[in-house]
Design a protein around this ligand. Structure first.
Ligand code: FO1
Length: 309
């Protein structure tokens, strides 16, 4: 069993590479649920849906989220009724939020709902929410605290981030399926997602970091920072604002207490010795992923790296 920890768009791309590189039913993806929020009376789980759609080959390639070719007629009519339209939900995408909300209201846990949606799309991988309790990333800014989608989408992540917290994380519990997956994994891959607000919440679930340290499999992380920049989103500005090095080394330091190996891009090859100085094995690779074949290639290199003695 291979386990991947993934957040939004960047992480989902490598998760898809692993999905393509591995036999059916041998990949488990643990997803971030701290971006989740209620909108139009529906429970929206953006990062889980990004992984779901990307693995199913349905994701909009231009944005990485939502469904390719989707229309927005419902959203247009909602706007005419005075509803907010800053969060672009497509007509097909609404089906996911409607079905998830219906199952949650019927008392099913997010873990069971994710399994229902994944099997509905014929996915031959397991998608596990990081926990079944509600957790919400709150971003502290000069304008005060903001919910994550408010910060990220409505305000286009332009606010300075002074601090980040995960409301409800202290009441979160490690799901049995997540603990078992980490125990049984031969390799655990931290995908190139934002270390603060995408992988950060997953690692903050009580017991998860200890489970990673105790896991017998090889733990490998992939840098989401290439050449001092995040490929997408605010990870670089967030790391800087929170006092971390905006480099693969800065990211490796955040995970080193449980990590065995770290993958950095060829652009940053000169930093490999500094990663190794953290008692980590370093793999220099072409980590900027293009098409599905590219994602699969990177995944295969990472799996080989994780299997090396
Ligand atoms: N991100 C945006 O930047 N703009 C949007 O309008 C938007 C809509 C959206 C709808 C469904 C969904 O699952 C994700 C969506 N995202 C959108 C991405 C979302 O904000 C994610 O939280 C980010 O990708 C960060 O992981």
């Amino acid at each position: 069993m291979i386990v991947a920890l993934a957040g939004g768009v960047g992480g989902a791309k490598l998760a898809q590479g692993l999905y393509l590189a591995l036999p059916p039913d041998t990949l488990t993806v643990i997803g971030n649920t701290a971006d989740d929020f209620d909108h139009f009376g529906l429970r929206i789980s953006p990062d889980l849906d990004t992984v779901l759609y990307t693995l199913a080959g349905l994701a909009n390639p231009a944005t990485g989220w939502g469904i390719a070719g989707d229309s927005f007629r419902a959203l247009d009519l909602l706007k005419r009724y005075g509803a907010e339209d800053w969060f672009a939900i497509g007509d097909l995408d609404f089906a996911t939020h409607i079905r998830r909300s219906e199952l949650l209201r019927a008392g099913h846990a997010p873990t069971a709902v994710a399994a229902t949606l994944a099997s509905g799309l014929g996915l031959r991988a397991r998608l596990l929410p990081m926990c079944d309790e509600p957790v919400a990333t709150i971003v502290e800014t000069p304008d005060g605290p903001l919910g994550f989608q408010d910060y990220f989408v409505r305000r286009r992540h332009q606010d300075t981030v002074n601090a980040v917290r995960f409301d409800g994380i202290e009441r979160a519990t490690l799901p049995d399926g997540v603990a078992a997956a980490l125990r049984e994994a031969t390799a655990i891959v931290l995908c190139p997602s934002n270390p603060i607000v995408s992988l950060g919440p997953i690692l903050a679930v009580p017991g998860l970091r200890a489970a990673l340290r105790a896991a017998p499999g090889r733990k490998v992380a992939v840098s989401p920072i290439v050449g001092g920049r995040a490929l997408k989103g605010p990870a670089d500005r967030m790391l800087a604002g929170l006092g971390h090095d905006v480099s693969p080394v800065g990211v490796a330091r955040l995970y080193r207490d449980f990590l065995d190996g770290f993958v950095l891009d060829e652009t940053d090859a000169a930093l490999a010795p500094e990663v190794e100085a953290l008692s980590l094995r370093a793999l220099v690779a072409q980590t900027v992923m293009g098409d599905a074949a590219d994602r699969r290639r990177l995944a295969e290199e990472i799996l080989a790296f994780a299997r090396d003695e």
